[in-house]
Design a protein around this ligand. Structure first.
Ligand code: SF4
Ligand code: SF4
Length: 135
């Protein structure tokens, strides 16, 4: 399959916002896969961490923002410690969540949670909800 990617798309507004929030340069990634191979929750993700980096390099930030992966990430920092290029992948995951939360997306109101289901929720969801909804 042939996909055309323009310079404009690679440097789009969301790419710049991601860089501003995270301070990370996704173009440093050379796809070694160390981040994904060490991630304890990769089996629950719909896009592996190294694939997140590749999509970001292509400017496909919206695809990442709509993924389960950024919410499944538990911020364990394993990926960040394993990256030979010094990319703080966990910080990127946090930045994706931040972009969504600033847009009012991905917010969970803990007061409305079905108590029976709470054990199935990624802990980061609750953390994000508490950050957003408590002073
Ligand atoms: S910080 Fe997130 S993406 Fe990185 S290894 Fe941990 S769970 Fe996986
Ligand atoms: S470990 Fe670093 S360089 Fe390797 S794929 Fe992950 S982000 Fe890219």
């Amino acid at each position: 399959m042939f996909t055309e990617i323009s310079r404009k798309e690679i440097k789009n507004e969301l790419v710049q916002k991601l860089h501003e929030i995270s301070g990370q340069d996704v173009f440093d990634c050379y796809q070694c896969g160390n981040c994904s191979s060490g991630c304890p929750v990769v089996d629950y993700m719909d896009i592996n961490p190294n694939q997140v980096l590749r999509l970001a390099q292509y400017g496909k930030i919206q695809d990442i923002l709509e993924s389960e992966t950024i919410w499944v990430c538990s911020t364990c920092l394993q990926c960040s410690s394993r990256c030979p290029k010094g990319i703080d992948v966990a910080k990127l995951m946090e930045a994706f969540r931040t972009i969504n939360l600033r847009a009012g997306l991905g917010i969970v109101d803990p007061r409305k949670l079905d108590v029976e289901n709470k054990d199935e929720l990624p802990p980061i969801l609750l953390v994000c909800a508490m950050r957003k909804l408590t002073g």
